[in-house]
Design a protein around this ligand. Structure first.
Ligand SMILES: C[S@@+](CC[C@H](N)C(=O)[O-])C[C@H]1O[C@@H](n2cnc3c(N)ncnc32)[C@H](O)[C@@H]1O
Length: 215
């Protein structure tokens, strides 16, 4: 877990990617990527205020020939024709799903880097059904928060329930699995005995995590 969140996102991008940075906020990801050598980036946000700060930051770094800014709710106003990669980070799963549900605009996109602030199983399930396959997941610990950044490529992939829940097993994620294990054990203690389904689901997650701990 040597990265911080933004570094991890940028580490999954190549200079040759033609990137739309959706919900760019102050354009830190776009700026990092441009500094890495990318030639064409579109930084978008739904809020004009955020985009104005983004424009200022881009100008301060002298990157206005590489990074273009556009106001848009998700992909609504975006011409995606000449892009092949989307970065979408720092939002909740329902917003990400809403944005990426635009199948027509998504057509040219072959690679998506996504970091959701919640409900990763729902996100993995959605991306799977949308025809994207997990290539890599990076988990970072920043300010006492675990963030999962997922690299997707357009491809079919069959995921087991456990992989939808936690991603693929990674030996270096013991600290993260320990954190999840403690979290679910604490929740389980608080769930009343009569909530049989909820308790069953929690026990299943605990069992999976215990197995991974022992690997
Ligand atoms: C917490 S910031 C994350 C910024 C940056 N992507 C990052 O990961 O650090 C979320 C940004 O998403 C933008 N946003 C939220 N909903 C959006 C939408 N439907 N379309 C475009 N941008 C959106 C917000 O305005 C905000 O700037």
């Amino acid at each position: 877990m040597q990265y911080n969140r933004l570094d991890a996102i940028c580490s999954l991008l190549n200079a040759s990617d033609k990137v739309i940075d959706i919900g760019c906020d102050h354009a830190y990801v776009s700026i990092d990527l441009a500094k890495k050598g990318a030639k064409k980036i579109l930084a978008t946000d739904i809020h004009e205020k955020a985009l104005n700060v983004a424009k200022k930051n881009i100008e301060t770094n002298g990157l206005q020939n590489i990074i273009t800014c556009q106001l848009s709710d998700g992909l609504e106003n975006i011409d995606t024709t000449n892009f092949n990669t989307i970065v979408i980070a720092g939002m909740g799963t329902s917003t990400i799903k809403h944005i990426l549900s635009n199948q027509e605009k998504r057509k040219p996109i072959l690679k998506i880097i996504v970091q959701s602030n919640n409900d990763l199983p729902e996100l993995r399930s959605f991306m799977n059904q949308a025809g994207f396959a997990i290539q890599k997941e990076i988990v970072v610990l920043e300010k006492k928060h675990f963030y999962t950044i997922i690299l997707y490529k357009k491809a079919k992939q069959k995921l087991k329930k456990r992989e939808l829940e936690f991603g693929f097993f990674q030996e270096n994620l013991q600290e993260y699995y320990d954190y999840l294990l403690k979290k679910y054990e604490t929740i389980l203690k608080e769930v009343p005995k009569k909530k049989i389904k909820k308790r069953y689901q929690l026990k299943k997650k605990i069992k999976w995590l215990n197995k991974w701990k022992k690997l």
